[in-house]
Write a protein that binds this ligand. Structure first.
Ligand SMILES: NCc1[nH]cc(CCC(=O)O)c1CC(=O)O
Length: 315
């Protein structure tokens, strides 16, 4: 392609890192790439993320894309609302990084080693609800800010631990400080955590084709499709207390031949006794081609178990 592809990005270390990775991958295919920094209102606000609303970081970037000031956005797919944006298309979803959450605790401690009353920082309702459900007597402290700011609270002794996504830590080169990778049995990640979404204008067929043919990963796309279909069916926004993890697993068909299927685990908040938050959980399996339906089926099962009482766009 003779055109220069302009990638718009927020100025955070994480955004620059993931944009840089995609820029390198595109340059390796022989195209010329320019990186265009864009400041969003979300970067200027100190309010907790659940209060500033869904998609606050994405709207300024999308406006620049619609106005043709840039040609491509590299999103963290977990931060992207499930409603499609008219005129734009997610042209590629590259191979996913490790989707799990991680603990960074003082003195190399694991969750189980933190004494009751220990303070654990997170800004996420999903992480808060799942940490509480473990019944370890941890004190969950709401925090926000970028990854470095959150990590500093442990280094400075302000908090005993924080929980962050492995993928983000790896992208900024700080995964060496993880003291425990949380098993999805304890902590299901956010839908699409660890995955990137490459968005361009639907009318820009050259860029769309380049992205789709060089950077898309079908297995990742199937997994995140199932997770996001579950989220959409629960009408949950990106900051609602729900978690989901789909994995491609090997199974046997009726004749005993090995086939690949998708397994999807999900969790959502439900109202427990005395108004407490309970996390209900479910798992289901489907053919790879049925990712979307699998997500809806699991959502229906979670709703049957009482999910939804606390989930909703307002959270
Ligand atoms: N909500 C913030 C956010 N958006 C994307 C990531 C990095 C992980 C990813 O790309 O999924 C993070 C940080 C975190 O949750 O620890």
């Amino acid at each position: 392609m003779s055109r220069v592809i302009r990638i718009g990005t927020r100025g955070s270390k994480l955004a620059l890192a993931q944009t840089g990775t995609i820029a390198d991958a595109l340059r390796a295919t022989g195209v010329e790439v320019e990186i265009v920094p864009i400041t969003t209102p979300g970067d200027r606000s100190d309010k907790p993320i659940p209060q500033i609303g869904v998609g606050v970081f994405t709207s300024s970037l999308r406006e620049a894309l619609q106005r043709k000031e840039i040609d491509l956005i590299v999103h963290s797919l977990k931060d992207l609302p499930t409603t499609p944006e008219p005129g734009l298309v997610v042209a590629a979803i590259p191979p996913r990084a490790d989707p799990r959450d991680a603990l960074i605790a003082r003195d190399g401690l694991t969750l189980g080693e933190l004494p009751p009353g220990s303070t654990v920082g997170t800004g996420s309702l999903r992480r808060t609800a799942q940490l509480r459900a473990l019944g370890l007597g941890l004190e969950i402290v709401p925090i926000r800010g970028n990854i470095d700011t959150r990590m500093r609270k442990v280094a400075d002794g302000v908090l005993d631990a924080v929980v962050l996504a492995r993928a983000g830590l790896a992208r900024i080169g700080r995964d060496g400080e993880i003291t425990e990778t949380l098993d999805p049995i304890q902590m299901l990640p956010a839908p699409a955590q660890g995955a990137l979404a490459l968005e361009c204008r639907a009318a820009d067929v050259d860029v769309e084709h380049l992205l789709a043919s060089t950077l898309d990963d079908e297995g990742t796309r199937a997994a995140v499709t199932a997770e996001r279909a579950m989220m959409a069916a629960l009408e949950a926004g990106c900051s609602s207390p729900i978690g989901a993890l789909a994995e491609i697993v090997e199974d046997f068909d009726a004749e005993g031949a090995v086939v690949e299927r998708i397994s999807l685990r999900g969790t959502a908040a439900a109202e427990g006794e005395n108004g407490a938050v309970d996390m209900v959980r479910a798992i289901a399996l489907a053919d790879r081609s049925e990712a979307e339906q699998l997500g809806r089926t699991l959502a229906a099962e979670l709703l049957d178990l009482g999910a939804g009482a606390l989930s909703g766009p307002a959270q």
